[in-house]
Design a protein around this ligand. Sequence first.
Ligand code: SF4
Ligand code: SF4
Length: 81
Amino acid sequence: MRSKSKTTPYVSVDTHKCEACWKCVDTCRTGTLGKVNFWFHKHVVVINAESCRGCGPCVEVCPEGAFVRIERSQMRCQALS
Ligand code: SF4
Ligand code: SF4
C-alpha cells in the first residue's frame, strides 16, 4: 500500500493552504499526486513520492502557493537527520 505524505524528494505541499482545486493533480503526469476528497475534508496528497521527477508544474500551477521546491541544502539536512 502506498503511504500518503506531503513531500517528495523534490517538492513539498502545505495541505493547510490547499483549496482542493486539483490543478496540481491534473498537471502532474507521473501519478505522484492524489486527492483526499471527502465532502468535509479535501486536500491534495502525495501518493507516490518515488515517481516525482522534480519537473515543477505543480509549484507553478497552484494558485495558493501550497507547493514549494525542496532546496538541495534542505535535502542534505533531511538526509543527515
Ligand atoms: S493546485 Fe494548490 S490549491 Fe489546488 S489542489 Fe493543488 S495544492 Fe491544492
Ligand atoms: S514536481 Fe512534477 S512529478 Fe513531482 S509532483 Fe510536481 S508535477 Fe508531479
